[in-house]
Each structure stands twice: as C-alpha cells, then as structure tokens.
Write a protein that binds this ligand. Structure first.
Ligand code: G6P
Length: 362
C-alpha cells in the first residue's frame, strides 16, 4: 500500500520518488481523454467572477502558493495575492470587491489557516481548499475542495504535496483560462505538459548518486547555505532552503538573487555554498551575474539550470519543460539535496526535531 515504505530507508525518499506517479494521477483525475481540464464548473464560475484571488497557507504550502500565483495570473488574467495564514488572519489587508480564497493545506488541519477560513466564512467570501486529506477540517469548512491525490505523506518535510499543489493549481488555472477564452490557456496543453514533467522528474530522480556526491562535496562542512533565483526560481529557492534547514539543520536562506547585494551578501564567506536556480530565460543572465558576485567573495556555487540555459560547468542540468512549470522539476534536486545532507549528518530524515507534520495550534 501507499503507506508502506517498503525497501525505502525513509518515507521522505519514497515520497520524492512518488512524484512522477502523482503527476500522472493528477492528469488522470483532472483531465479528460482530450486533455481538457475537468474541474467543478461552480468553482470555475466563482473564480471567473472574482476580481482577485487570495491564496492563504503556511510552510511548504505557502511556498507552493507563490508558484501557483505565477501560473494563475498568466493563465487567468486575475490578480493573485499570496499570504501567510498566521499574518493574514489578524492583519487582514484591504480586500478587493469580489475576493476568492484558496487555502492550500496538505493536512487540511492547520490551525493558522483554519482561523482565516473561519473569518472569510463570516464575511461570506467564496473559498476553495486544496488538500491531500478528504474530509479534513479545511475541506469541510470551505465551499469547495480539490484533492491533491498525492497519497499519504508521512515524512514531516513535505515533498510530493508541494508538487501536487502546483500541478492541481495549474489544472485549475487552465480550466479558468479556457472558460474565459484566453489565448495563453488555449496553448497550454496541461495533460501533455504534466506528462512531460513526470518523465523529467524520473530522469532527475535517477541522478540520486550524483546528487549525494555533490552534497558530500559542498555541504559536508558548512553551517549555512543559500539558494538564489529570480521569479519562479526565487519561489523554488524559498522552498529549497526551507527543506534544507528543516531536516539537516543547515541554516539556509532562499533569496531573490538581485536583492542579495543589498545587505545579505555580507554573510558570504570563503566556502559558503550558494545554489543558483536558473530556469527562466529572462533572468538567467542576471542570476549568473549575481553568482559571479558571490563567487568573487569566496562562495562555492552550485548551479541548477534548465538544459537550454545551461553552461558546461553547471552541476545539475534539467531537461526543458513548459516555462510555467519549471518549479515542478527544479525542486526535485533540492529535495534530494536536503535528504542527502540530513543522511550524511546522521539525523532522522523523517522526524526532524521541534517539528510536527500537522500543526493544530495558532
Ligand atoms: C507544518 C509542516 C510543514 C507544512 C506546514 C503546513 O509546519 O511541518 O511541512 O508545510 O505545517 O501544513 P499544511 O498541512 O497546512 O500544508
């Protein structure tokens, strides 16, 4: 069954490996034989009628929300804001006239997110929960639910729920964009693109040994590390650094590549590992420039790049996928980096100190 870890030493590794199958399950659950997105028409109508989408979430789900924003805005032409539940509830920003709320929660039980949902229900705003847990609190209390179909996620560090959230948000974006008759979404063959993603995920997962060696080479001694990128590569950097710090206890920061020079670059020392995420043509050259800046201050750079943007010296090269979906593949090596860093340091991958899988206090 899904809950068995079988021959795997840790659930996290199994759950990383599960991701191609999860992508295929999302295709199966949410697209028809013609590749058309299948989503409850009521959700589509409510979203189309709204003037602003508010994504509310915590932790890894929050990081998935930023990627979702990029996809939703491109495909639907509706502005999207992303908020931390624990901030939003008590300091609600000025809302638009017709807001639509999307709650992202693997467990569907996170108290910080529920607290916001209780508020938005009082205000009578439409809401949708994306969750892995049918019948969970956030699912029951929201107007609508889309299940992630990722299968049970046991490791505290979330992996497949992150990629499933992005994939389901992409299907949702496609459905709304099609409903609005938008050009961008017409050209977005979601079933095909997600099947390409699944295949590319497999090729990265096959590189485990190389990634493990890279970790040994660059992360064995360090106390801190950086991930940098721009746009979606920045969003991936936020999640990649959260993954690394929460299980390996290496102090890691995900940073907007261009902002580093305005202060944080002071932390770069001889040997500080800096991972550059480069999947966006518009910003690739600029991020490379920022990597040069840190290298000249002693940083050890490791570059994760899309094949079409890669240089020979880049350590991790990822086959090209649809430009809006690159986070689904660029995140995979970073999950494996976190896994191997933790393993090599001798910590419990699945049960990091101080953390819980589901946090039911505010
Ligand atoms: C906890 C978990 C994180 C998770 C966050 C949000 O802190 O340790 O991995 O991202 O809660 O959880 P949710 O179930 O709402 O996605």
């Amino acid at each position: 069954s899904d809950i068995e870890k079988g021959t795997y030493p840790y659930y996290m590794l199994k759950e990383i490996d599960d991701q191609p199958a999860v992508m295929r399950r999302v295709i199966q659950e949410y697209t028809d034989s013609m590749g058309k997105a299948i989503i409850d028409p009521e959700i589509i109508e409510k979203m189309t009628a709204s003037d602003r989408i508010y994504i509310v979430a915590c932790g890894t789900s929050y990081n998935a929300g930023w990627v979702g924003k990029a996809i939703l805005e491109k495909m639907t032409d509706i502005p999207v804001e992303v908020h931390l539940s624990s901030e939003f509830g008590y300091n609600m920003p000025l809302l638009s006239e017709k807001p639509f709320f999307i709650f992202l929660s693997q467990s569907g039980e996170t108290a910080d997110s529920r607290q916001v949902l209780v508020r938005t229900n009082e205000l009578d705003f439409p809401s949708l929960t994306l969750t892995n847990m049918a019948g969970s609190t956030l699912s029951r209390e929201a107007d609508y639910t889309l299940l992630l179909h990722a299968g049970p996620e046991i490791a505290v560090a979330s992996t497949k729920a992150y990629t499933a959230q992005i994939a389901v948000l992409a299907v949702l974006a496609k459905a709304v964009g099609d409903h609005k008759g938008l050009e961008a979404s017409k050209e977005f063959d979601i079933a095909h693109e997600l099947s390409v993603i699944a295949a590319v995920m497999e090729t990265i997962i096959d590189e485990k040994m190389a990634i493990s060696q890279l970790v040994e080479e660059y992360l064995s001694e360090t106390r801190n590390a950086f991930y940098i990128g721009r746009g979606v590569d920045y969003f991936v950097s936020m999640e990649a650094s959260l993954k690394l710090k929460e299980i390996s206890y290496i102090q890691a920061e995900g940073f907007a590549a261009g902002e580093l020079k305005h202060g944080t670059i002071a932390l770069i020392e001889e040997g500080t590992p800096v991972f550059g995420v480069i999947t966006d043509k518009k910003t690739a050259a600029h991020t490379r420039g920022n990597l040069k800046e840190v290298e000249s201050r002693g940083a050890h750079n490791i570059v994760i790049a899309l094949a079409s943007l890669a240089k020979e010296t880049d350590q991790l090269i990822i086959p090209d996928v649809h430009p809006l979906l690159t986070p689904l593949v660029s995140i995979i090596p970073t999950q494996l980096i976190a896994y191997f860093a933790t393993l090599q340091r001798g910590y419990d991958v699945d049960k990091p100190r101080n953390l819980a899988k589901s946090v039911t206090v505010e």
